[in-house]
Design a protein around this ligand. Structure first.
Ligand code: NAP
Length: 255
């Protein structure tokens, strides 16, 4: 099961997973339907993950799909998420609450609702966090904190599920060429920052699952920046991130 397979990294997850075995049952949860139905094998359950009732209903549909699927392990890819760029007071409060609902609450709720079949069948959980998880992120304050939650929660879940035969991997991509930046209302790109390819990021995430890695940070630059960021004194982490992240300001903005 993948969330957010309608676009970007999630679309690449679906593409890669669907090539593994022709008999796999593949489910997607997102508001829009993915363009590729993989010869009719994809089961799309439309769902706004910020809506708790819609999530409960979609999770029920996924559980029925799992019950009717042939024996085998279960892979949950919790990928849906979005950012909201700007100084905190300038971002609509309801949008920030929705961000927490999608990026945080839905991850915990969906995993809990699929825990029984996960433990019965065994398998893996792949959580999509971000390099934003490794330090405070001014201009993306709520987004970075939501991804820090996913990273820490995922690492704890990995231990909680160790004896249940379920592995947990947290994927922390750096800037990746997808619709993320438009959705977050950021400027086009940040000068000097290379953009990774979504398919390459998804492939590294799935390779991390196969190798039972706790954390996957794609790309050497991202690995170095994540390692450096958490070694800086706390009071500097936010200052340095501020200097980097303000460069994403839309050039048409007067700030
Ligand atoms: N691109 C980057 O630079 C980058 C870097 C680090 C981490 N990430 C993370 O990677 C993940 C995928 O993002 P992306 O880069 O592939 O961006 P994207 O192309 O904008 O895709 C975001 C996906 O999330 C889904 N989504 C958003 N709001 C949703 C909602 N309310 N309910 C259900 N699904 C929702 C979207 O589906 P619908 O619109 O159809 O609902 C879409 O499929 C996110 O968690 C993001 O935070 C991205």
């Amino acid at each position: 099961m993948v969330t957010g397979g309608s676009s970007g990294i999630g679309e690449s997850f679906l593409g890669l997973i669907s090539t593994v075995e022709s008999f796999l049952v593949v489910c997607n949860l997102s508001r829009r339907e993915p363009v590729d139905s993989f010869d009719g094998r994809l089961r799309h359950h439309p769902c706004d993950l910020s809506d708790a009732a819609a999530l409960a209903s979609a999770a029920g549909a996924v559980r029925r799909d799992i019950e009717s699927a042939p024996p085998g392990k279960l892979l949950l890819v919790l990928n849906s998420g979005f950012g909201a760029y700007g100084r905190f007071p300038d971002i609509d409060g309801a949008r920030q609450a929705r961000l927490i609902d999608v990026n945080v609450r839905s991850v915990v709720d969906l995993t809990a609702r699929l825990m029984d079949p996960l433990r019965e069948r065994g398998g893996a959980v792949l959580l999509v966090a971000s390099t934003a998880a490794w330090q405070p992120t001014p201009w993306l304050a709520t987004y970075g904190a939501s991804k820090a939650f996913v990273l820490q929660w995922g690492l704890a879940l990995r231990e909680d599920l160790r004896e249940a035969g379920v592995s947990v991997t947290v994927l922390c991509p750096g800037p990746t060429r997808t619709a993320f930046f438009t959705a977050a209302e950021m400027g086009e790109t940040a000068p000097g920052l290379g953009m990774a390819n979504a398919a390459a990021v998804a492939r590294l995430g799935l390779r991390g699952v196969v190798r039972n890695r706790a954390v996957v940070v794609p790309g050497v630059l991202n690995k170095v920046s994540a390692a450096l960021a958490c070694r800086l004194p706390r009071r500097w982490q936010g200052r340095v991130a501020d200097l980097i992240l303000k460069r994403f300001r839309n050039p048409s903005s007067n700030e």
